[in-house]
Every structure is written in C-alpha cells, then in structure tokens.
Design a protein around this ligand. Structure first.
Ligand SMILES: Nc1ncnc2c1ncn2[C@@H]1O[C@H](COP(=O)(O)OP(=O)(O)OP(=O)(O)O)[C@@H](O)[C@H]1O
Ligand SMILES: [Mg+2]
Length: 264
C-alpha cells in the first residue's frame, strides 16, 4: 500500500494544489512513483498536471471511484498525466471534475465517509505515495480523504486567515482520527507558500507559524510569478526558464517528505 498524505487547509487559496502538484513532481524526479488524488471538485490539480477530459468518452474520476462503493475500484481510475517531462510517467492521477460535488451531498449515506478508503484498498500498491489534494473545507470530502490517509500535511499562505485555517485543519486532524475510523492518522507539519519578505505581514506571520508549528515547518516557498505561470499553463517546472531556485525549494521539501514518510 502506498503511504497516503492528505494536503489540506480550511481556507481557499492556501496553495494546497500547488503543494500537491510540485511535491509530486519533486518526488517523481527522485524516482518515486506518486499518485495525485484530486479530491477537489474544482479539479485544479488535475488540470495543472495537463489532464483534459474527453467529452466523447468521459474518463473515470474520483467521483465514480467513491460512488461505486466497492473495494479496490480506484485501481481503474488512475491515469497518466499530460506532461511530457521524462519523470512524468512516474506520476499517476486520479482526476476530479465538478461532479465530485455530488459526492459531498451524500454524507448521510451509510458508511459514506469510508468510501474513498474502500475504493483505494489494494488500488495503490503500485505507488510509493498518494498525495490527496483536499478542497478548502473540513466537510465530507476532506473527511473521506482523512479517513483514507495515513498522515496529513497543511499548506498555508503567510497571512492571518490562512494560518488560522491551517491550525483548524491541524486540530481537526489531531482530534478526528477515532471518529473517522482512522486512529493512526497523524499530522505531519506545514508548508508555508507564497512568502514575500517585502510584505511586513508575511514576515510577522512566518514568525507566528514557526512559533505554533515549531519543527513542523517543513519549508517556505517564496512567492514567484513563475510558479503561478507554470500552474496556469499546466507545465512541469523542468520546462520553465529560471526555475532553479524554486525547484531547489521543492526538492528540499521532497527530501523532508521522504524522511518523515518513509515509503513502505
Ligand atoms: N509560491 C507561489 N508564488 C506565487 N503564486 C503561487 C505560489 N504557489 C501557488 N501560487 C498560485 O496561487 C494560486 C492559489 O494556489 P492554489 O490553487 O494551489 O491554492 P489552493 O489552496 O489549492 O486553492 P483552493 O482552495 O481554491 O483549492 C494559484 O494561482 C497558484 O498558481
Ligand atoms: Mg486547490
């Protein structure tokens, strides 16, 4: 079984999807086989990985994997990504489209919160890691993700509301393992992303994050237009000019990741 890590924050725009996609990229470059499981009906991670749906023959997505309510069904949903980079074939995608929203309204169905874990049973043995890109909520979709995950990682912008929402995510993870039938669930740490040292509030908030999370601060990703552009144009960072500094930051994050979450 792959080690599954749910990347979350209770606020939108906290760089969750960028953290998931770029960590997957850096881990794949290090030779790891990584699944990106898009658990957000916005489908941002899917699109940024170059995935496009075919309206003539719509692909299976996270939504169908959950809906099927059957053990191991997710094995049929992993797909190659659209990038051409030489390490791209080590990244698999469980894509999402807006219909995943329908699953969110089924929280009342018997055992609904276990359905993703059920779908993944035996369905990620070919991978080292699965990174679960959660929506900006602590609602049913995120709870399904946490019920299926071994650990949780937060990402945050260095801004008050985002940090406060990351603390809510941490506390939710720490307190909900038993309720989610996943008592081993562990909170790992936090990635601060979009940091601009010219912004006084960012400097202050980074200090606050370090006080709150201590050694759990895995890294600080600077605010760089090239990251937003690479996401916008669905590009791997290896294709982006002048991306050395940024790639080095994500490579360090991947190193920490491998240390904290040893592959099985
Ligand atoms: N370090 C960075 N520097 C500049 N822009 C960034 C950086 N990281 C991410 N971005 C951009 O910031 C925006 C928000 O990031 P992202 O979509 O990853 O956040 P999110 O938490 O997944 O949002 P949502 O809650 O909507 O899912 C995106 O346009 C992304 O490309
Ligand atoms: Mg997102």
């Amino acid at each position: 079984m792959a080690r599954r890590v749910a990347i979350g924050n209770n606020k939108g725009g906290a760089k969750k999807s960028t953290t998931a996609v770029r960590l997957a990229e850096a881990l794949a470059k290090r030779g790891r086989r990584v699944g990106v499981l898009d658990l957000d009906p916005q489908g941002n991670a899917s699109r940024r990985l170059g995935w496009t749906d075919n309206p003539e023959a719509p692909a299976l997505t996270t939504s169908e994997a959950i809906e099927a309510n059957a053990e191991g069904v997710a094995a049929q949903v992993w797909q190659p990504i659209g990038w051409q980079a030489e390490y791209a074939d080590r990244i698999s995608l469980m894509p999402a489209r807006f219909t995943l929203e329908d699953r969110a309204s089924e929280a009342g169905k018997t055992g609904a919160w276990r359905r993703l874990a059920k779908a993944l049973k035996g369905a990620d043995d070919h991978l080292d890691y699965v990174l679960i890109d959660c929506p900006p909520s602590l609602g049913h979709l995120t709870q399904m993700g946490l019920a299926a995950a071994h650990c949780a990682l937060a990402s945050t912008e260095p801004e008050y509301d985002s940090v406060e929402a990351a603390v809510r995510y941490r506390d939710f993870v720490t307190n909900s393992g038993d309720d989610l039938g996943n008592p081993e669930l562990r909170f790992l740490g936090i990635v601060v992303s979009g940091y601009d040292m010219r912004v006084g509030a960012h400097v202050g908030q980074l200090g606050g994050v370090r006080q709150i999370f201590g050694d759990g601060v895995w890294g600080v990703v600077p605010r760089r237009a090239l990251i937003a552009n690479a996401d916008e144009y669905a590009q791997p960072l290896s294709e982006v000019a002048d991306s050395h500094e940024v790639r080095a930051v994500f490579e360090l994050l991947a190193e920490r990741f491998e240390k904290e979450v040893p592959a099985a």
